[in-house]
Design a protein around this ligand. Sequence first.
Ligand SMILES: [Fe+2]
Ligand SMILES: [Fe+2]
Length: 277
Amino acid sequence: MTGALYAVSDLHVSYPENRAVVDGLRPESADDWLIVAGDVGELFADIERTLAQLRDRFARVVWAPGNHELWTHPTDPVTLRGVARYEALVAMCRGLGVLTPEDDYPVWQGADGPVTVAPLFLLYDYSFRAPGTSTKEESLRVAYESGVVCTDEMLLHPDPYPDRESWCWARLAATERRLAATDPALPTVLINHWPLVRQPTDVLWFPEFAQWCGTERSADWHVRHRAAVAVYGHLHIPRTTHYDGVRFEEVSLGYPREWGRRGDEPRPMRRILGGAP
Ligand SMILES: [Fe+2]
Ligand SMILES: [Fe+2]
């Protein structure tokens, strides 16, 4: 196989400028795979249309949800909340032939492989607390006082869980079992919308926002689950870093006001494995 494994996230297709960028995303070869690491958009129909478009072009599309897909947006005719909305997104992906965290993890057999490609949905549990705070309540209070509050507080419903952290912890337990059952001889590409470790959030402009960005409970997963690469988005700070010798790739496009600042035409697709160096 001569293809490459690419990744992108945070396409936020509610912005027409971003839809134009998505229209330009093309594989280099017929064997290329594309990882879509969450925040395609908010409206169910937008998410479906975009994933269908990408599925038509790439040999395989692997999706993990972001917080925006999980919102129950007041303008979305799909009014499902929480787990029911997530399950509807998974069913929609299956209809399109797009792989989700609920499917068997595919093995990338191309150059740099074989590698288990694992899309995850771990959410967050407010354990990346605001500076100087030691409980979720204190951390949230600091965020509300500073005016930096993630819209998830209004639109990402945890039903039937009592709160988002309970949903996160259930996801962590179920995902641990799935990862423990993967072939121990193969490295992995771990894909999660939120970074597995806290360090990427150290460069956030508003440190209070970190509490919506992950969980301390996945801090050693890149080591424990043999990651060759960890792919994430959500922060809208595209870059490559290394933790414990593992490459972390933040692959977001972000909002037009963000990528517009950087000047050049955005080229958000990042090569993760394989292909021409
Ligand atoms: Fe985003
Ligand atoms: Fe996000």
